[in-house]
Design a protein around this ligand. Structure first.
Ligand code: ZN
Length: 118
């Protein structure tokens, strides 16, 4: 893409033209669209994953892992850092929750087993 004022070639993500300092519409429009495409999914996945980590850990894993991968790939901004931290917290919560669930299942089995013996 080119600068609207001087026509020089611009890098994707350049807010301002390096040569003349013009803030063209073309220059501004593209980075915003890219930002929306990249950051919202990882943040949404992180939030959805966190909710499911508390309710259904098995559903949370794919959301959190995809969110984490997206956030790691596009790290560098506050939103992706927030998504990254939320995914890590979500994964920890999901692991603890599924471990607790497994322990409770084992405890219940043992209770049923001991009750059937007595
Ligand atoms: Zn220019």
């Amino acid at each position: 893409m080119n600068c609207v004022r001087c026509g020089s070639l611009l890098q994707e993500g350049d807010q301002v033209c390096k040569y003349c300092g013009e803030k063209g519409e073309e220059v501004n429009a593209a980075p915003e669209a890219v930002v929306k495409k990249i950051h919202v999914p990882s943040l949404v996945l992180a939030i959805v994953g966190l909710v499911f980590a508390l309710l259904l850990p098995l559903v949370a894993y794919p959301c959190l892992i995809v969110g984490l991968v997206l956030a790691v790939k596009k790290r560098g901004t506050h939103k992706t850092m927030a998504a990254l931290v939320m995914c890590i917290i979500g994964l920890i919560v999901a692991v603890v929750n599924s471990a607790l669930g497994a322990c409770m299942a084992v405890a219940e089995l043992m209770y049923v087993f001991s009750a059937s013996i007595l």
